[in-house]
Design a protein around this ligand. Structure first.
Ligand SMILES: Nc1ncnc2c1ncn2[C@@H]1O[C@H](COP(=O)(O)OP(=O)(O)O)[C@@H](O)[C@H]1O
Ligand SMILES: [Mg+2]
Length: 309
């Protein structure tokens, strides 16, 4: 659906996108992640024909974004970083207008606007002026605009930017639902959102692609496998000595002791689950054990690991 080959974009001497290549297949939900200034919006603007590349090529559905921009735009619904909306239009009127601009006529334009309002839960505010809407509703009008002509591909640039946790949850559910029918390329800083919705993640940093894989694989590639927290009724020094004789253990750290219960954090080498070993050890040593749980690594840990260096 998307093919990007050796794409470079320079702004007056500054390279925003530096020789990147990637593909997105039909049906994928791809999280496009990176620190601020990494080149995400620039790449999205090139894909949506709003910007030309300095070098390289991009195509959508087999059409070149530079030479066949009309065909490309027909296939894309784009929600830019700052959604430009007409404040003095009513929601319904605006979406009808946008549907017409995208080539729908008469009854089908009206029906498309209605369906987009249904999908984005906008029916309650359909008669309201856009300028009077809250940020959450405005973002949803932007989404409804992007999908009003049922494009195959949605390109969403930080669609949850500025929303509160409830609104983020609603938009996340909506995107999951949209993913059943559309291919999606989405940029966001809310990594838990991507971890739950994306089939693949592309991480870009300083204009270069650093990783492209499923969220699960990126987490698995991390050099640590998280921390196991353990609380036992025993002398911490003795507990640590015993734990460090086990195989696969990187270290064990005494966090604190209260009323005889010692809290120990245990780190293992990557991809090893040491909980079973620890519980057997506690049993052997007759240490009363009241807590043993693993803090698993998250996509956020993987993101920090990949973009830190
Ligand atoms: N119109 C522009 N003129 C000059 N520099 C720009 C322009 N747009 C973006 N940049 C620069 O290009 C880099 C990438 O920006 P952008 O693609 O917006 O990153 P992101 O969306 O990942 O935050 C940044 O360093 C930014 O300052
Ligand atoms: Mg951006």
């Amino acid at each position: 659906m998307i093919s990007v080959r050796n794409l470079t974009k320079r702004y007056a001497g500054h390279t925003a996108v530096d020789d990147i290549s990637f593909e997105v297949d039909r049906g994928e939900i791809v999280g496009f992640l990176g620190p601020n200034g990494a080149g995400k919006s620039t790449t999205m603007r090139i894909l949506t024909c709003y910007l030309s590349a300095t070098q390289g090529a991009a195509s959508v559905g087999g059409f070149d974004t530079f030479k066949d921009s009309i065909e490309v735009r027909k296939r894309i619904g784009y929600m830019p970083e700052n959604v430009p909306l007409y404040d003095d239009m009513r929601v319904k009127e605006y979406l009808h207008f946008r549907a017409q601009l995208k080539g729908l006529r008469g009854r089908s334009a009206r029906r498309a606007a209605g369906e987009a309002m249904d999908t984005c839960s906008l029916q309650d505010v359909r008669r309201k002026m856009i300028g009077t809407l809250s940020k959450g509703y405005r973002q949803r009008v932007g989404l409804a605009d992007a999908l009003v002509n049922k494009p195959e591909l949605l390109i969403l640039d930080e669609p949850t930017n500025g929303l509160d946790p409830n609104q983020i949850r609603q938009v996340r559910e909506l995107i999951k639902h949209l993913g059943e029918r559309h291919t999606i390329l989405i940029s966001t800083h809310i990594l838990s959102e991507v971890e739950m919705t994306a089939t693949r993640v592309i991480i870009i940093d300083k204009g270069r692609i650093k990783a492209s894989d499923t969220p699960q694989n990126l987490i698995r590639r991390l050099h640590s496998s998280g921390t196991v927290h353990m609380e036992v009724k025993a002398k911490p020094k003795q507990v640590i000595e015993k734990i460090e004789t086990l195989s696969d253990i990187k270290n064990a750290i005494h966090i604190g002791t209260s009323q005889g219960w010692s809290t120990i954090d245990v780190h293992a080498f990557s991809n090893v689950d040491i909980r079973e070993q620890l519980s057997s050890l506690a049993q052997e040593q007759n240490w009363p054990l009241r807590e043993l749980y693993r803090d698993t690594a998250s996509l956020e840990d993987a993101f920090v690991d990949i973009t830190r260096s």
